[in-house]
Write a protein that binds this ligand. Sequence first.
Ligand SMILES: *[C@@H]1O[C@H](CO)[C@@H](O)[C@H](O)[C@H]1NC(C)=O
Ligand SMILES: *[C@@H]1O[C@H](CO)[C@@H](O)[C@H](O)[C@H]1NC(C)=O
Ligand SMILES: *[C@@H]1O[C@H](CO)[C@@H](O)[C@H](O)[C@H]1NC(C)=O
Ligand SMILES: *[C@@H]1O[C@H](CO)[C@@H](O)[C@H](O)[C@H]1NC(C)=O
Ligand SMILES: *[C@@H]1O[C@H](CO)[C@@H](O)[C@H](O)[C@H]1NC(C)=O
Ligand SMILES: *[C@@H]1O[C@H](CO)[C@@H](O)[C@H](O)[C@H]1NC(C)=O
Ligand SMILES: *[C@@H]1O[C@H](CO)[C@@H](O)[C@H](O)[C@H]1NC(C)=O
Ligand SMILES: *[C@@H]1O[C@H](CO)[C@@H](O)[C@H](O)[C@H]1NC(C)=O
Ligand SMILES: *[C@@H]1O[C@H](CO)[C@@H](O)[C@H](O)[C@H]1NC(C)=O
Ligand SMILES: *[C@@H]1O[C@H](CO)[C@@H](O)[C@H](O)[C@H]1NC(C)=O
Length: 522
Amino acid sequence: MRLQLFLQASMAFFATSASALVEKRSLSTSAQSLFDYAMSINDPRFDESYKFVIYPDTGPWSVRFTACLACQQTDSYNSVWYGTWKLSPDEPTPTPDSPLYPPSIYNTYDPNWREFIGTQLVQIVEEFPDLIGEDLIAKIITAMEIQAVGAMRRNGTNGDNLVTAYTNPGLMRALTVGWTGARTNNQTLIDYANTKAAEITQLFKDGPNAFSEYNALTYYGMDIWALGANIKYGPKNATMTLDSPFLLTEMWADIAEHYNAYLGNFVGPYDRANSRDLTQHSAALPLWFWGMFGYENAPEPNKLELDLLYDATQGSALALLVSTIEEHINATTKAKLQTPPTATEERFLNKTIRESLYNDTIRTATSWMSQKLMIGGEELAEEVARSGQFVPAIVHWAADASHLPFPYNGFFSLYPSATTITAVATKNKLEISYPNITQAGTSSFQFMLSNIPPTWNLAGNVVDGFSTLPCLNASVLAPGLELQPTTYGDTIYDHIYYNITYAVPANFTGIPKITFDLEYTC
Ligand SMILES: *[C@@H]1O[C@H](CO)[C@@H](O)[C@H](O)[C@H]1NC(C)=O
Ligand SMILES: *[C@@H]1O[C@H](CO)[C@@H](O)[C@H](O)[C@H]1NC(C)=O
Ligand SMILES: *[C@@H]1O[C@H](CO)[C@@H](O)[C@H](O)[C@H]1NC(C)=O
Ligand SMILES: *[C@@H]1O[C@H](CO)[C@@H](O)[C@H](O)[C@H]1NC(C)=O
Ligand SMILES: *[C@@H]1O[C@H](CO)[C@@H](O)[C@H](O)[C@H]1NC(C)=O
Ligand SMILES: *[C@@H]1O[C@H](CO)[C@@H](O)[C@H](O)[C@H]1NC(C)=O
Ligand SMILES: *[C@@H]1O[C@H](CO)[C@@H](O)[C@H](O)[C@H]1NC(C)=O
Ligand SMILES: *[C@@H]1O[C@H](CO)[C@@H](O)[C@H](O)[C@H]1NC(C)=O
Ligand SMILES: *[C@@H]1O[C@H](CO)[C@@H](O)[C@H](O)[C@H]1NC(C)=O
Ligand SMILES: *[C@@H]1O[C@H](CO)[C@@H](O)[C@H](O)[C@H]1NC(C)=O
């Protein structure tokens, strides 16, 4: 299981130097408010003894929000974790030869912490050289050379998964390796970063104009961080620095197409998402809305929501890039990001997503949006199950249109049990089938339904399949499939859900298919 890494390391540094920073920088009101909010989380967590931002997700200490140079793993040159950072300072080094702490990617070590922590270190060196001084800068550059060695070994083999399609660490690695190469005048690093950057841009263009980690509400936040950091801090003539403005502009144009400012959510499908309703649970992408347009105009939950307290830890780092990002969002896009769809507006999107420069594998994402109802579906043919972060089909609607500041978003999504799925969204319709019935996971369509408004429940209504829903007429056609009794109470990434499952009977022949005709009724 991949760690649910929403964040790159935010810095203990900020906790000690916030006032110096505020004096020195001039941020927009919105960016400043994001910065201040992040500091209101980081300051109380700061431990003076160890100079650590306390976070207890990996024992009493965690390196998640503190770039601790002494925590870098430098003792095993040939290991796959060489140069990455420990998850916590008090954990053992991975032990290949004993049961103490056997190496396990994303569990006992996280290869991407090179990139999360490395990009943060780049920002610190570039923004505050005078505050940290030459000795510390030299130490950081040595650490960056070490992480680059490990980072450059990663190519998707030997249990690793960093291929060009793995967008967020790919974009960050282009900066960490290229920047280190420029600082140390090492052509090997410079060339490597340029090659990787060119591959990322080419794959994006081949889509056309889609990152392979597509419509990913958490990791888009990190992609934007990486692109902004490449522009502001990358070597001036590095390929990633030169390509990032194009990538950012096009990415934001697509983000704006997916964003429904009335519902405060993005239409699906999502290649990776934890939160599926941003007005209830935070994700990283909306932090950029906050930094540009203010908290009140961003799809954010209340300020003490637990996922937000986690995500916004990095708000201090992001705030310093807000003006850079904003320069690369054009006027049409900016208007769309802030303007709700009109009552009669409709959008239909149909994107192909490429996986590799070296094969023709594609996925297709279709999305249909109206003001109060939106539907997304993805078509893919794969062999290995993606994680529960994958949302191949999802429907959002204004289940209590009078709820403010955003309507109460009812939503249901397909749990990705199958690996070959054809989910297609069109106007008022979602069609889902499992074309490869020989694959595991095709014996049921499992839907997770969440956010039924309190008033509807308190009025005595009870969810029973899709038969009665507030504000939505869902007529379901599922020939030959068997609707199971509805159950309530399990959760996925903090969303509690009704489980509405249609079983495919053992003697079913043909391609199992389920069709939803959806009509907004409030
Ligand atoms: C990936 O790296 C390994 C060595 O770490 C090498 O043997 C292999 O050929 C590389 N594969 C690709 C596709 O570059
Ligand atoms: C550049 O970095 C690589 C990887 O660390 C190293 O093997 C090589 O010796 C360095 N080259 C120079 C000229 O320092
Ligand atoms: C940028 O300039 C440096 C120094 O002239 C050079 O070593 C490097 O290869 C250049 N990078 C690119 C992408 O042109
Ligand atoms: C903004 O960028 C998008 C995507 O490239 C483009 O379709 C649109 O025409 C641009 N608008 C302006 C005002 O440049
Ligand atoms: C999406 O585009 C693909 C490729 O052009 C096409 O085959 C497919 O029918 C389109 N899907 C919809 C729902 O329009
Ligand atoms: C195409 O390449 C991607 C990325 O390496 C891989 O996940 C996918 O399985 C490949 N497709 C085929 C048909 O081999
Ligand atoms: C169906 O899935 C099986 C098992 O993953 C695979 O071997 C086969 O190629 C798939 N069939 C098609 C038509 O893709
Ligand atoms: C729901 O929609 C179906 C058609 O999709 C229609 O036959 C039915 O009358 C509608 N029910 C209500 C209560 O509007
Ligand atoms: C939904 O319920 C079914 C039993 O009907 C169960 O097998 C399945 O694991 C559940 N799915 C989810 C996503 O909770
Ligand atoms: C499958 O089996 C069930 C129960 O034995 C039976 O009711 C049903 O008619 C069968 N369906 C088909 C398509 O053979």
